[in-house]
Design a protein around this ligand. Structure first.
Ligand SMILES: [Fe+2]
Length: 420
């Protein structure tokens, strides 16, 4: 009888231990990234609970071969937020990671949600290298993710470009899944250059919570993240949350900066919500002059100089003369909610030596009807379809493909290196 009791006690104790282990394991375990759940119409993303890392993102600014900001959101304010990272996969075994970086934390500007940002700046990274990482806030772990740093030297690579991911959550989720599919089928894609208007109201955390949650859909099923190169749209206006979410790209109040990838690719990210002249125009000219030797030169900003729907923004007056003076290759523009590519333009006329304007914003927002009668679409293209542009950067060509939400290639344009 005593032996039976001992056995019962042992069984009960064992059961308690197993249940406790399961509870602790569930608490510690990284959230699943199941394709089934992420492909369902009821996708809700990682729950915002306690200090569990959610709404993960990788942000690139000036020097993505050597630096990246890894960011996430927590419901509670963590005492400690850290990224553990390494050039080898470590499967979330924290003790195995050779590097770690403390994150700066703070509360988003918002009365209702009371959520917190966590930004860890990784520096001294190796170019063209896969980094594996886990985000940890007060002992709560994300799953292990990875991203690939930009190359250096005279490198060939690919980028995505798009804007206007606001106001239609279904369309945005469709486009995020499309971008994930593109990244899964083509690992040479490095990052997404975003042309602004992420959300409808850049001061409303409700909108940002939805956007950030949906951004999780861009992560591949094996945990690869698509770094983001941000620019402000008019719907972000001068709101604080843009800086809190993207860790203040460029200087606060300006948010303009140049991204260089390798020796031969320059991307100048500008802000169409502030004065286009003054110090922003000075910055643009300085960067163009200092990088005259770079083979490929592009700009990324929100309000178009050569729009397909609305009137031209101030970029036409302040920036286009500099683009033409320094022979910019392509200006990436958003805001119109339509697909466009102009002919090459110089001096307000078609000119094969001029600048090509591509984009106009198709990452989810409902699409408008473009005004295809405008002179600069002669030899160009317009369409009313959700889309993302895929840039293939090579030594002898720059290919831009406009890809629809269904994955169809709607337009292709190929640029050749200029003599500057
Ligand atoms: Fe806009």
């Amino acid at each position: 009888m005593k032996r039976l009791n001992d056995t019962r006690v042992a069984l009960i104790t064992g059961g308690v231990v197993i249940v406790l282990a399961a509870v602790i394991g569930a608490w510690m375990a990284p959230p699943a990234l199941e394709a089934d759940e992420r492909d369902s119409a009821t996708f809700t993303g990682t729950r915002l609970v306690g200090t569990l890392p959610a709404q993960w993102r990788v942000i690139w600014t000036e020097d993505p071969a050597h630096e990246a900001t890894l960011s996430w959101t927590t419901a509670g304010l963590p005492d400690s937020s850290v990224v553990y990272y390494d050039t080898e996969a470590r499967g979330g075994e924290l003790a195995m990671y050779r590097h770690k970086a403390e994150a700066a934390t703070g509360r988003y500007t918002d009365k209702d949600w009371k959520l917190h940002y966590n930004h860890a700046l990784l520096t001294d990274l190796k170019p063209a290298t896969t980094y594996w990482f886990v985000m940890v806030s007060d002992g709560r772990l994300s799953r292990e993710f990875h991203f690939v740093t930009a190359p250096e030297g005279d490198a060939e690579f690919k980028l995505l470009y798009g804007g206007d991911s606001r106001s239609d959550r279904g369309g945005r989720q469709t486009m995020n899944r499309r971008m994930r599919a593109l990244l899964e089928e083509d690992p040479e894609i490095l990052a997404l250059v975003h042309g602004g208007d992420y959300v409808s109201d850049g001061d409303d955390m409700d909108d940002w919570v939805e956007w950030l949650t949906d951004h999780e859909l861009t992560v591949t099923s094996d945990g690869r993240m698509l770094p983001l190169v941000p620019a402000r749209g008019n719907h972000e206006a001068d709101g604080e949350q843009y800086d809190e979410i993207f860790n203040t790209p460029g200087d606060k109040g300006g948010n303009f900066y140049a991204t260089t990838i390798g020796d031969e690719f320059l991307l100048i990210n500008l802000n169409t919500n502030i004065s286009h002249g003054g110090n922003q125009a000075d910055f643009l000219e300085t960067v163009l002059r200092d990088n005259k030797g770079a083979r490929w030169q592009l700009a990324n900003y929100h309000r178009p100089a050569y729009p397909a729907v609305k009137k031209p923004g101030s970029a036409l007056e302040h920036w286009v003369p500099l683009f033409e003076k320094y022979d910019l290759d392509v200006a990436l523009e958003s805001d119109g909610h339509t697909l466009k590519r102009t002919c090459a333009i110089r001096g307000g006329k078609p000119d094969a030596t001029g600048v090509v304007y591509v984009g106009e914003g198709g990452l989810g927002v409902k699409q408008r009807t473009p005004d295809d009668e405008r002179w600069y679409f002669e030899g160009g293209v317009t369409a009313s379809t959700l889309h993302v542009q895929k840039l293939t950067v090579k030594k002898d060509s720059l290919l831009i493909e406009s890809i629809t939400d269904e994955g169809a290639v709607k337009d292709t344009w190929t640029g050749k290196p200029r003599k500057r």
